[in-house]
Design a protein around this ligand. Structure first.
Ligand code: PGA
Length: 249
């Protein structure tokens, strides 16, 4: 049985006042909650891990540098993320790939750094609108998987998030058939490279405009083990119903 995971990516949203959403989410959890990972902006990491102490919610960062320390103004390293009490780190989000020109090789190096610090890497992949229109989706996904994942992937140290770029923050969601096609493809590609056991055990999340109203049908798709949620993770009132839908799936 693969774990079900509801991950929230707060992006560059939230000051200390937003920590109250973690309390509210804890109070709103269903009886048998799935795994829940909230990824706040890095200044909130230490306080967020304090805020969820005793709750099933785990905390993740949104990025980390490949080096453990050094002259990299503005960056945070994997040991710093782990020191905060966080357990996860999102890597290769399309906003990092686009706006910070991160390559698959960068994501691979960051993944190794995350593992060295005992963090679980949530590795994001996804095609652009133009790539989907050109029929290149599976080629793009395959190349990103091959390039972004180091050797040594296990079901414990890695989570894959399929996030079509055109679905992020747009309200547009792929059809359930499109989600199924890509998730099946990812599962097979992982099994081919890392063996059937790891391929079958690795959690695959869908991300891009997930909300309470579409979560149940998305979670019913085979090989969808949860979601990486942006906008709808900011408020406990919006995220709790998504968590509940996953608990029921
Ligand atoms: P969204 O973002 O849920 O706001 O579309 C998802 C993401 O970027 O992880």
């Amino acid at each position: 049985m693969r774990p079900k995971i509801a991950a929230g990516n707060w992006k560059m949203n939230g000051t200390a006042a937003a920590l109250s959403e973690l309390d509210a989410l804890t109070r709103a959890l269903p009886e048998n909650p799935p795994q829940i990972v909230i990824c706040p902006p890095s200044p909130l990491l230490f306080r967020a891990t304090d805020a969820v102490h005793g709750s099933p919610i785990q905390i993740g960062a949104q990025d980390c540098h490949a080096e453990a320390s050094g002259a990299y103004t503005g960056d945070i390293s994997a040991p710093m993320v782990a020191d905060s009490g966080a357990s996860h780190v999102i890597l290769g989000h399309s906003e990092r790939r686009e706006m910070h020109r991160e390559t698959d090789a960068d994501v691979q190096a960051k993944t190794r750094a995350a593992w060295t610090s005992g963090l679980t890497a949530i590795i994001c992949i996804g095609e652009s609108d133009a790539q989907r229109e050109a029929g290149e989706t599976l080629d793009v996904i395959g190349a990103q998987l091959d390039g972004s994942l180091p050797e040594g992937v296990t079901a414990e140290n890695t989570v894959i998030a399929y996030e079509p770029i055109w679905a992020i923050g747009t309200g547009k969601v792929p059809s359930l058939e499109q989600i199924a096609e890509v998730h099946d493809f990812i599962r097979n590609r992982l099994a081919t490279r890392f063996g059937a056991e790891i391929g079958n055990a690795l959690p695959l999340l869908y991300g891009g405009s997930v909300k309470a109203s579409n979560a149940t049908e998305i979670f019913a798709v085979e090989n969808v083990d949860g979601a990486l949620v942006g906008g709808a993770s900011l408020k406990a009132d919006d995220f709790a119903p998504i968590v509940a839908a996953l608990a029921r799936a």
